[in-house]
Design a protein around this ligand. Structure first.
Ligand SMILES: Cc1ncc(COP(=O)(O)O)c(C=O)c1O
Length: 417
């Protein structure tokens, strides 16, 4: 007898889904309300918000809202209909591609509707069966899923470990000599969880010894690092060594959509071979015109990035002075490492949100090892030094309760109630 497919789904809800009853609406799928800002409403109370990726504070900027609104009223949310290749192409899409390419110092660029799908599809398009992928162990799910589609060999190297990267490049080279294929190396510009920069300079230097092409996901570096916010390649002085550069509009650009940039022939190849774009509707006009406006603001308002970094420095130095472990971050991403089990972590975050008015993301097992808690803060240009001071005071108070066992007792009481 064939089992009902849904039997498994009903009994095993998955590693995160199994927490749904306890966590939904509060720890997962929380509803942050009110205009996007440094202070929003959560659970009916005001909170300092450190969990949105609006790095440059553009999400609610009056000029951005104006352009978004005007385009929505004039063009509607549907225009243009159809895939780019068929009927969804406009001069604004082309203009945005020209401007994105120019901004990141590449010959050409091509838009994708979502960074995630775009990355999966770009990796799928860039490699054939005989090619080899070498990639960092800690890369984003969109890279992992792109690699999963690859029918050929792949080698993973230890996170940001150049020795391990080179060892795997050697193995890939041997393999490629047998298959007759080439090598694609994939790294992030900024690793979103721990805030480290990818070691792009050293990776690019390896091109002297090995023949490979480099794809960099710079979701968190675009707008925040490098001259004028041009990204991690500029920050490390190796933008020319990046063969395919990727950034999403979902973070510094406070929008939706993403782009790939590189040499004209490579970008044209992606344009004709990325299945997620060939067989999906084009990016709607308000997103395109809105992105043009945002890019213009990034180019002409360097004070936004300066403010982001002023807040970042104040937050990170303040937390470090207060004795917090921020790991190895080299970017705006601010992970605070604490020790404790999941129930304690939940009690602590509840206290932080309800009694201290601070909202940040919480990361626990299985994303990180058991017994570890990361409270992850994302500064923006909208935050103030007052937000920073309040947050450090709140963190100091909750750390004391974590260490003296208060949250453990609360968690045990809830468990046994
Ligand atoms: C490193 C990285 N790559 C890709 C993405 C996906 O981008 P998008 O939100 O445009 O799908 C994200 C977003 O979370 C990301 O952090």
């Amino acid at each position: 007898m064939v089992k009902d497919l849904f039997d498994r789904i009903k009994s095993d809800k998955g590693p995160l889904g199994k927490w749904a009853d306890k966590a939904e609406g509060y720890y997962v799928f929380p509803k942050l309300e009110g205009p996007i800002s440094n202070r929003m409403q959560f659970n009916g109370k005001p909170v300092v918000t450190w969990s949105i990726n609006d790095y440059l504070g553009l999400a609610n900027h009056p000029e951005v809202l104006k352009v978004d609104g005007e385009s929505a009223a004039k063009d509607g949310m549907a225009y243009p209909m159809g895939a780019r290749m068929m009927s969804g192409h406009t001069k604004y899409h082309e203009q945005l591609e020209r401007e994105c390419a120019e901004f990141v110092g590449k010959e050409a660029s091509y838009l994708v509707n979502f960074g995630y799908q775009g990355m999966v599809s770009a990796i799928d398009a860039l490699v054939a069966k005989d090619d080899i992928i070498v990639y960092d162990m800690d890369t984003h799910a969109c890279i992992i899923d792109g690699v999963r589609l690859h029918a050929g060999k792949r080698f993973v190297y230890r996170h940001n470990d150049i020795e391990s990267c080179e060892k795997n490049l050697k193995r890939a080279t041997k393999m490629a000599e047998k298959t007759g294929g080439g090598i694609l190396l994939v790294s992030e510009g900024v690793f979103g969880m721990r805030g480290e920069q990818g070691r792009l300079k050293e990776i690019v230097a390896l091109k002297e010894k090995y023949n490979f092409r480099l794809l960099v996901d710079d979701a968190h570096g675009f707008g925040t690092l490098g001259e004028g916010g041009r990204g991690t390649g500029y920050e490390q002085g190796v933008q020319d060594g990046i063969d395919v550069y990727f950034a999403t509009f979902a973070k510094s650009m406070a929008g939706i959509g993403a782009f790939f940039a590189g040499d004209k022939d490579v970008v044209q190849y992606l344009q004709y071979n990325m299945r997620s774009q060939m067989f999906a509707k084009s990016l709607p006009m308000p997103m395109v015109k809105g992105a043009l406006k945002r890019l213009d603001m990034i180019r002409t308002m360097p004070e936004l990035k300066d403010k982001l970094w002023e807040i970042t420095r104040a937050l990170q130095s303040g937390l470090r002075e207060a004795g917090f472990d921020l790991g190895t971050t080299q970017t705006c991403i601010t992970p605070v490492y604490l020790k404790g089990e999941i129930p304690e972590a939940m009690a602590m975050v509840h206290d932080l949100r309800e009694n201290h008015g601070v909202f940040c993301s919480i990361v626990v097992y299985p994303v990180i090892p058991k017994g570890m808690i990361i409270l992850r803060l994302i500064p923006t240009a909208r935050h103030t030094l007052e937000d920073v001071t309040e947050t450090i005071e709140a963190f100091t108070a909750i750390r004391e309760k974590l260490e003296n066992g208060t949250y453990k007792k609360i968690a045990e009481a809830i468990m046994t109630a």
